[in-house]
Design a protein around this ligand. Sequence first.
Ligand SMILES: Cc1cc2nc3c(=O)[nH]c(=O)nc-3n(C[C@H](O)[C@H](O)[C@H](O)COP(=O)(O)OP(=O)(O)OC[C@H]3O[C@@H](n4cnc5c(N)ncnc54)[C@H](O)[C@@H]3O)c2cc1C
Length: 461
Amino acid sequence: MVDKSHIKHFCSIVGEENVKSDKAHLIAYCYDATRDRFEPDAVVFPRDEQEVSDILKYCNEHKIVIVPRGAGSGFTGGALPASGGIILSLERHMNQLLEIDMQNMVAVVQPGLVNMSLQKAAEEVGLFYPPDPASEEYSTLGGNVSENAGGMRAAKYGITKDYVMALRAVLPNGDIIQAGKKTIKDVAGYNIAGILTASEGTLAVITEITLKLIPKPKHKQTYMGIFPDVTSAMNAVFKSLASGANPVAMEFLDSLVIKALKQKLGVNLPESAGAVLVGDVDGNLTDEVKFQLETLEVSFKENGATDFIIARDETHAKELWYARRNASPSITIYGNKKLNEDISVPRSKLPIALEKIYAIGDKYGLTVPCFGHSGDGNIHVNVMVKDKNDPKQLEDGHKAIEEIFKLVVDMGGTLSGEHGIGTAKAAYMNIAFSEAEMNLFKNIKKAFDPNNILNPNKMGL
Ligand SMILES: Cc1cc2nc3c(=O)[nH]c(=O)nc-3n(C[C@H](O)[C@H](O)[C@H](O)COP(=O)(O)OP(=O)(O)OC[C@H]3O[C@@H](n4cnc5c(N)ncnc54)[C@H](O)[C@@H]3O)c2cc1C
């Protein structure tokens, strides 16, 4: 429990104006994108790494829980103070781009910098930061690293972990560490930056991030493939990638999403469309882009595509992408509660995984529209509950989710491709990990945080 003497001490570290315990602030920092709510005891806004260290040291000594927070856009409750304590908010002061090192092609940033600010700064100097979560306009790089966020461009360019070169971080006892270097190669010691990436704020507070940048490709083109059904589209995904196509993105919409887009937003997609793949290809030479498109077209058609559309210009490209970008809001036609998961399977398993996921939905009489990042095997599976006030429907929805997780893990897949575990999926960790594996996670947590003050009771730990 945080009392007045603790608040006074926080004020002595960060200044009175950077400690808030009034109702308005407690409410403003009690939620994330899960829409669950847990009020913290106070919100503290450190101005630099030393202040983070001083706060952690004090909290460790007094066994006060700390929850690091970026923009609070997480989908799994990582930034929620579910066990009370203080929110350590990194987005207010520690949000600077510290350096773009052109010669080594890296950026050094503070954790509160918004993803899109880095993308824009890199592009201004001809460089490129590819990870582009759909929350890129507001999610912070500290949050992206802590969740190992992915995005549309993951099919070709990978995810956040592929760009993390080094981190500075503060351990729960206040010690400041440097993990990794600006070097491409570094095999000295354990890969602590790797362990902190995706650790959901449970091991250390990240205070500085060194990220790899790459040259910005000169040409880009948008495509869309129309398929009669989900199975042919899913076959086209892994077969076209195996045949040498290397698209930036290959995003998928199923027939339920297509129906919802037409009904709710009047989106213009062909009558015959039972599934859609949409994405971009890029390259430095126009021939490279042309080759990619030709490869995709041949492969899509060999796998049953009835149409392959190439965007005529930027406006047309935006029209093609509009359907994918509005998939999530459109499917509310199926119910007022969406249990949305972001499972991932090896791409070759996509056709059978989806077939079985729809069958699980049918078993419980639930509609399960699916869309997402098929190019990297990560699909947003949405179990729609028609009426969230009907406890039976909700219970069935959760039963369906559990069956889906079991199925996915049996197929060599994972509970989460990008949103993480947090509080939302903590109960399912034993489906994906053995007792020995869970014990290893718990021991890692204990080594970093013996007093369990940093974001406790998350990730099933
Ligand atoms: C509309 C929408 C679309 C989204 N699309 C995507 C998507 O395409 N891909 C994707 O991967 N995710 C997506 N997300 C989820 C979310 O945006 C990401 O998980 C993002 O990385 C969270 O960043 P944040 O700054 O909001 O972090 P928060 O939600 O504030 O925190 C997330 C986790 O990181 C920890 N954390 C934050 N900062 C630090 C730090 N400095 N040190 C240690 N721990 C820290 C927190 O404790 C918490 O566990 C989406 C969310 C929304 C609302």
